[in-house]
Design a protein around this ligand. Sequence first.
Ligand code: SAM
Length: 317
Amino acid sequence: MSSEMPTESPEVPTENTVPAEVPDVEGKVKSNDGQVERQEAGSGKAQCLEPMSKRQRKKLLKQKQWEEQKDLRRQKRKEKRQKRKLERQSKLDSNNEGNDRKRMRKEVVPSTLRLIVDCSFDDLMVLKDVKKLHKQIQRCYAENRKAFHPVQFYLTSHGGQLKNNMNENDKGWVNWKDIQIKTEHYSELIKKEDLVYLTSDSPDVLGELDEKKAYVIGGLVDHNHHKGITYKKAVELGIGHAQLPLGNFVKMNSRKVLAVNHVFEIILAYLEKRDWKEAFFSVLPQRKGAVPLGETNDASRHVLSEKEDGDNDLDSN
Ligand SMILES: C[S@@+](CC[C@H](N)C(=O)[O-])C[C@H]1O[C@@H](n2cnc3c(N)ncnc32)[C@H](O)[C@@H]1O
């Protein structure tokens, strides 16, 4: 190797490899001319001099974005507030609707029609049937309390087995409201000319209901053992009588003798709908096989016979 060849020595720095100022480990800066200056931490000078770290750059960017999105965030907060306000408003509106509905439900217009359950057949029934009658009466009471046009409800000739059963199983009956529970016979309480006995054996068919009249339902569960008994009583007393116009609208699987509560509910439904057909179909149970006249009853094959049907206290007649 010739001695004239350039050699690279670590002690001899080349141009460009040595920065103008090099910080030493103590934070002092050595200038090229050999002077030593103290670098103040955080000073603008240092910021300019030090290259920004990745973390600092990220932080700065985030800060910038945060500033830029200030308006957007304000806008979003405003929208959220408006949305909540709207939600509150619509909740209030729906509550008011509920109140309206409640008010509507309370806007009951009582009918002047008197509807009597004649309990004078008490000694013709065995206890099992008295219990069924009791349930039917409870149903009449409940339905009347719920009705849009409740009737003037009477229980007459109240006593005997029925009263005992009510005392035993439903002591609350003494506090029943909007009902007249009387020991007297209906003929002692109401003018003869106002009375109409509802009975399926009457040749007369009911047309319109006359709200000045008092209609009587026989308080009897007899499985037709006492056929025609209420019709005979009405004739004996010389009062009006009528059967419901079932035959005009409904084809029945069984006889047209209905349970006390069904007759009661049909009257309530008629007072509301003013339409017999609608009243019948809103009340009569399917297993009675009631179908509108002119339509076939496919369900009739599945309909229970009257005897089987009789096990249901509210359908028993
Ligand atoms: C189970 S029935 C009693 C049947 C009893 N054998 C009779 O002669 O009335 C209960 C009461 O509902 C009334 N009722 C039943 N079906 C009726 C109908 N188709 N038309 C009018 N009233 C009816 C009658 O007042 C009847 O007394």
